[in-house]
Write a protein that binds this ligand. Structure first.
Ligand code: FMN
Length: 394
């Protein structure tokens, strides 16, 4: 049998592409409009350089930190994503990997596994919500997450229902019924190892979102829940302050890309913010998150924990983000590709790649701890924070 271990996130992506049915791979790749933001999220990391040292390097480095009250072994968290149809164990496999590697996990309210099953793995879980439905419904979701043992809440604000992408969107069925199975059969039959994994599990890909229901109630379909969300008027900052008070524990606002919004999140009582553009899946033309980070960290970094997500593919990307003011980062596609390539072990593999890369960069930069990284460690080209990577001309 071929070695299931992979060396880089790029290889995990190649394997995910080979292993997943075309529509499922395309749903993971996502992106929006022309993909300018999607590409800029990764390209911008390539514009940053390092200023390594060679003397007095430190033999043992400490890569741990704390985020939202949780001790984590690595400054990397699992970002919340809906991972339907990638792996039969889905978010439970991801949570087991997070627990095994000592990192915390954001769990999407649009995930395919119940929050109770994910918390039972022992991973620290941060439940992620959108502003969707009535306050009563949102309170019930928070209550359910609290009862399950979630350590914190993430509210994601950067979604404005931008659905089109120039490379086409996959068809996602309402449910995996006979009609949908027949429709997707040619794609799935072309991916025998994916088919075998589901066949062995005895399950079919589940397209419901159990955490959008009250505990014990039937789970709505993805599209049913999405419809409710689309019809909900967007949250005001007062709504977010209400949510924060209602939750009462560690609270992250995800999707911040501007200094004024970062200040509003602090005023609403956030414990943490994530500088994020939803992985380039929302308003195309939003700059890479790493470009926005330094200004936001300078403005609110002493009042709130600043995280970043978007475009992290290497340990050195993590280190660049920390050097420019992040306390930790969150990863999305990187672990989804790992999950697609090799289930729980694939997610662990991705976390191990990032861990080794962080350690190597911290060694080269002459630090004892990830907490010692600073702006001196990176070379930032002129205009970096005001630029947007050139769109792909093809
Ligand atoms: C397939 C997919 C589904 C996602 N679903 C959610 C979600 O349900 N909630 C959320 O807050 N963010 C969601 N995100 C955004 C991620 O949490 C994260 O912000 C983004 O993936 C980071 O960029 P990266 O993929 O380049 O690491 C999703 C991203 C992807 C790619």
């Amino acid at each position: 049998m071929r070695n299931a271990w992979f060396e880089t996130v790029a290889e995990a992506q190649r394997r995910a592409k080979r292993r997943l049915p075309r529509s499922v791979y395309s749903a993971l790749l996502a992106g929006s409009e022309a993909g300018v933001t999607y590409r800029d999220n990764t390209a911008a990391f390539g514009e940053l350089g390092f200023a390594p040292r060679v003397g007095n390097l430190v033999a043992q480095r400490d890569l741990g930190t704390t985020v939202m009250g949780q001790d984590v072994a690595l400054p990397v968290l699992i970002s919340p994503t809906g991972v339907q149809a990638v792996d039969p164990d889905g978010e439970v496999a991801v949570a087991r990997a997070a627990a095994a590697r000592g990192v915390a996990m954001g769990l999407s309210s649009f995930a395919s596994k119940p929050v109770e099953d994910v918390c039972a793995t022992g991973a620290p879980v941060l439940f992620q919500m959108y502003w969707s439905g009535s306050r009563d419904e949102m309170s019930a979701r928070m209550e359910r997450a609290r009862a399950a043992g979630c350590a914190g809440l993430i509210v994601t604000l950067d979604w404005s229902f931008s659905h089109c992408r120039d490379w086409g969107s996959p068809v996602i069925p309402e449910a995996m019924d006979l009609k949908a199975m027949l429709r997707f059969a040619p794609e799935v039959l072309a991916r025998p190892s994916y088919l075998m994994t589901y066949a062995r599990s005895g399950a079919v890909p589940d397209l419901t979102v159990p955490n959008m229901a009250r505990r014990g109630e039937a789970a709505p379909t993805f599209f049913g829940a999405y419809g409710e969300w689309m019809q909900t008027p967007p949250a005001t900052w007062d709504d977010i302050a209400w949510m924060r008070a209602q939750w009462g524990g560690p609270f992250m606002v995800k999707g911040i890309i501007r200094v004024d919004d970062a200040k509003e999140a602090v005023a609403a009582g956030a414990t943490a913010i994530s500088v994020s553009n939803h992985g380039g899946n929302n308003l195309d033309g939003t700059p890479a998150t790493i470009r926005a980070l330094p200004e936001i960290a300078a403005a609110v970094g002493d009042q709130v924990e600043v995280l970043l997500d978007g475009g992290i593919r290497r340990g050195s990307d993590v280190v660049k983000a920390l050097a420019l003011g992040a306390r930790a980062v969150m990863i999305g596609r990187a672990y989804l590709w790992g999950l697609a390539a090799n289930g729980q072990a694939g997610v662990e593999n991705v976390l191990d790649i990032l861990r080794a890369g962080v350690d190597s960069a911290v060694l080269a930069l002459g630090h004892r701890s990830v907490r010692d990284l600073g702006p001196d460690d990176v070379v930032v080209p002129p205009g970096f924070t005001r630029r947007l990577g050139a769109p792909d001309p093809t």
